[in-house]
Design a binder for this molecule. Structure first.
Ligand SMILES: C[S@@+](CC[C@H](N)C(=O)[O-])C[C@H]1O[C@@H](n2cnc3c(N)ncnc32)[C@H](O)[C@@H]1O
Length: 466
């Protein structure tokens, strides 16, 4: 046995799993056993091992890819196992799902999949080695394309077919279909959107303080839309002293939609009411420094202590410029009337949400989220938007944003608040239309779609208090 105790795939204190596939299995089993977020479990696992970068990339793909596509792969595995998923030992089920991903998605040849994963089973679930062998033999008897065809059930509805082929829960498929309709996109874009959710996202960087991205500094290609974005590449590491962070281009565009929107009157008191971990707040701070210099004030809040601390770190990094805007971070519930009414000129209301726009980044999110959580989230989002409007001066601006494409927590929240006469809707998309060019969707609100824009899915609406 190499690196595992008593046939269970828990990394042993005496050794470590040897091969990337064993590392991948250890991460998935550990995350399930302790109910950890997969991305965190993976980061911790890789952070405490010194794997060569190619091995780490393989571990990452096996872990994330097999989790994203878990339901489709599990359907095939169950067929090959000739027993329900609930009757397969949990560790063994994890192993078979990753092996299935290796074969069905990565296209590793059948003989290699069978040999390698039976070997891994010998180290991790030795009692099930024969079973794993039998399942993988049946799996690899058919080519991957035949299995993908097999997944399309003849009598199924469109939602069931898409959910099964692209490994999304049915409620999410329906929600994303409604989101595309709300964004004014073609219904035929649903399948490309689901496929985009199953791809590894590209890493997008931001170069702070604002300045045009310098490929030599950041080692990547300029972004598609944001003047501050750089796509991570294999070039040299960021130069010392340059401020480079990881931030999706969609998040940059949302912050820019608030900052660039025209507004009359004073423009020096800005607020990010739900700021953690501080990515958008950092961009806002650098742009506020440019616009208002030391007269500028940015207040950032987050309800959670550790998120407020991360925001403080992000802003402290920005605050080196001698004539920069002043800033402070508070740990507080933004619904709780923590600001005097009408204090701010521009307020970012970047609400906690289902994250349905960024599920390619959080491979387990689609399986963790349940539709019955939405009403609670929506109630919070409505309260947070109302509090943001109350904190904004007459004629000031609030940007309501969410990394979600579900209408319930995007347009519907804004529609309801506007219908009650509490706010007037302005155009968020107009504020960044020049950056998006022909890719800007028609309509007042800003919608970013992963399959079209290659960003996280985002929604943003611009409002002014009524
Ligand atoms: C979508 S994230 C914000 C991301 C952030 N704007 C950025 O770009 O880095 C939502 C944040 O809202 C915070 N939050 C949730 N409820 C809150 C509340 N009632 N008051 C203040 N912050 C809250 C969460 O802790 C979380 O950090």
């Amino acid at each position: 046995m190499r690196g595992f105790d008593e046939g269970r795939c828990v990394p042993s204190m005496r050794g470590e799993p040897a091969a990337p596939r064993e590392h991948a299995l250890a991460v998935v089993i550990h995350a399930r056993q302790v109910n950890a977020y997969l991305t965190l479990a993976l980061r911790q696992h890789l952070g405490s091992r010194d794997l060569p970068s190619a091995a780490a990339a393989l571990v990452t793909d096996l872990v994330q890819g097999s989790t994203r596509q878990r339901s489709a792969i599990l359907s095939v595995i169950v067929e090959c196992a000739r027993r329900p998923a609930s009757e397969i030992d949990a560790d063994c089920r994890d192993l078979l799902c990753i092996a299935g991903y290796d074969y069905l998605v990565r296209g590793t040849p059948g003989y290699a999949v069978a040999a390698t994963w039976v070997d891994v089973a010998g180290h991790t679930v030795p009692r099930a080695r024969g079973f794993v062998n039998a399942v993988l033999r049946r799996l690899t008897e058919r080519p991957p394309a035949a299995w993908w065809e097999w997944l399309a059930l003849p009598q199924a509805t469109a939602t069931q077919t898409l959910a099964r082929r692209h490994s999304h829960p049915e409620w999410l498929v329906d929600g994303l279909r409604e989101g595309l309709a709300a964004a004014g996109a073609d219904p035929a874009e649903l399948e490309p959107l689901l496929m985009a959710n199953n791809r590894s996202p590209r890493v997008s960087l931001i170069v702070w303080p604002p300045g045009h991205p310098d490929q030599e500094v950041a080692g990547g290609e300029p972004g598609r839309y944001s003047p501050y974005a750089v796509t991570a590449g294999r070039g040299p590491a960021p130069a010392r002293g340059s401020a480079v962070g990881v931030q999706d281009e969609g998040s940059q565009l949302a912050a820019l939609a608030l900052v660039r929107a025209p507004m009359a009157g004073r423009d020096e008191r800005w607020c990010d009411a739900m700021a953690g971990p501080g990515g958008k707040a950092a961009l806002m701070l650098s742009l506020l420094s440019e616009r208002a210099g030391p007269a500028g004030r940015l207040l950032a809040a987050d309800r959670h202590w550790h998120r407020a601390r991360l925001t403080r770190t992000a802003l402290a990094r920005m605050a080196r410029a001698p004539n920069g805007a002043r800033w402070s971070v508070v740990c507080a519930d933004a619904r709780g009337g923590i600001w005097r009414p009408g204090s701010f000129d521009r307020v970012l209301c970047d609400v906690p949400c289902s994250g349905s726009g960024a599920i390619c980044r959080r491979p387990d999110a689609r399986w963790r989220r349940q539709p019955d959580e939405l009403p609670g989230l929506v109630a919070q989002q409505r309260d947070l938007l109302r509090a943001a409007l109350a904190a904004t001066r007459p004629g000031g601006l609030v940007l309501y944003s969410a990394c979600s494409l579900l209408p319930a927590e995007t347009v519907a929240v804004v529609d309801e608040v506007c219908a009650h006469g509490e706010a007037r809707r302005l155009s968020a998309s107009a504020a960044v239309a020049d950056l998006l060019g022909p890719d800007c969707l028609a309509g007042t609100d800003l919608w970013l779609l992963p399959h079209r824009h290659h960003t996280d899915g985002m929604f943003a609406a611009l409002l002014t208090p009524a």
